[in-house]
Design a binder for this molecule. Structure first.
Ligand code: 5AD
Length: 348
């Protein structure tokens, strides 16, 4: 079987045997990647037309109790300059975002205990009170069922929690012993059962990752059936135990975006900041490979540089929400256009 045949089968069947996934990922050529991206784009346009959905990302705290070996805001990095936005700051970010045309706000942060179930609930209620037609997405890690329920009842619509890697041993090699893949998965299923639109995802090329691990990721996603899938290349950060490890592959990330589009035709798939960091036109190429969501930064300029998950994260102009005009032009230049809408998932 050739890779072209594999791609055609993947598109038809929305699936492939493990061995064919592996061979495709390992042996795909530039021409075959172009073919794959075209197929993914076709499916994306059948599902979502030319619309690109945008989310205003509010990185509201970089304080984190976790010590993930890959992450620049891990607890043990004492070089990180820590910050925490106030509830008022957060509401002001949403106000600015609304004016710019955002109808989804993503509240993302480290696992910061200051934001108790109750405090975050109040923040959700204040944003929903002022902008009832907007969607709120939370991305604040592993919390209790009670917190998740409380926030859902307060009006949160969606939750992003990347599983990072679906292979037990690989998960353990990326995280300290107090974090488990089992709890991560448990949280994802809980969130889905509560009623959130759920996003999972993984890093491409994280240290020690093998093709088998990527196949595990795809199989786990097939089991979870998330509404959203966030992936991006692993990018090394100098102040982590993984300093100096090679970055993930740009090309492989694009291939995986296309594979995900063919596997999950209706999924919401962002071209992420990490993709825009590894290549200057990474996010456009991501859209051309099947992605349909962008998540510009709405955080105050003064803190943007501090939310440094990885080295040299883009965070000055164009990628930010304030650079919306230029973002618009970039999206139009590849034949798509930014929708002013909540951009809900088409999955149940
Ligand atoms: N490189 C790329 N992505 C990273 N993330 C954390 N650290 C890095 C890194 N060094 C991703 C994780 C996390 C998301 C918010 O950012 O997948 O879930």
């Amino acid at each position: 079987m050739t890779n072209i045949e594999r791609i055609e089968e993947l598109k038809q069947e929305k699936n492939l045997p493990d061995e064919d996934f592996k061979l495709l990922l390992e042996t795909i050529t530039q021409n075959e990647r172009d073919f794959l991206a075209r197929q993914a784009r076709m499916v994306r346009e059948q599902e979502y037309g030319k619309d690109v959905y945008i989310r205003g990302l509010i990185e509201f705290t970089n304080i984190c109790k976790n010590d993930c070996y890959y992450c620049g805001i891990r607890k043990s990095n004492d070089k990180a300059q820590r910050y925490r936005l106030t509830p008022d700051d957060i509401l002001n970010c949403a106000r600015e975002g609304y004016e710019l045309g955002f109808r989804t706000f993503v509240l993302q942060g480290g696992e910061d205990g200051w934001f108790t179930g109750e405090r975050l609930e109040e923040i959700i209620r204040s944003i929903k009170g002022e902008f009832p037609e907007c969607a709120i997405t939370l991305s604040v890690g592993e919390r209790t069922k009670e917190d998740y329920k409380r926030w859902y009842q307060a009006g949160a619509d969606r939750y992003l929690l990347r599983h990072e890697t679906a292979s037990e041993n690989h998960y353990q090699s990326l995280h300290p012993p107090d974090m488990t893949l089992q709890n991560r998965k448990k949280c994802l299923f809980l969130l889905r059962d509560i009623g959130y639109q759920v996003g999972a995802g993984f890093m491409v090329g994280s240290p020690g990752q093998k093709v088998d691990n990527l196949v595990d990721d795809l199989r786990f996603l097939q089991e979870l059936k998330p509404h959203m899938i966030g992936i991006g290349p692993y990018l090394s950060h100098p102040d982590t135990p993984f300093a100096g490890q090679p970055d993930g592959s740009y090309e492989r990330t694009l291939v995986l975006l296309s594979v995900l589009r063919l596997l999950f035709p209706a999924v919401l798939l962002p071209a992420t900041t990490a993709l825009g960091t590894i290549a200057p036109d990474g996010r456009e190429q991501g859209l051309l490979a099947g992605a349909n969501v962008l998540m510009p930064n709405l955080s105050p300029k003064s803190v943007r540089k501090k939310y440094e998950l990885y080295h040299d994260k883009i965070c000055t102009g164009e990628e930010s929400a304030q650079g919306k005009d230029s973002l618009n032009r970039r999206v139009e230049s590849i034949g798509y256009h930014i929708a002013v809408s909540r951009g809900d998932s088409r999955i149940e």
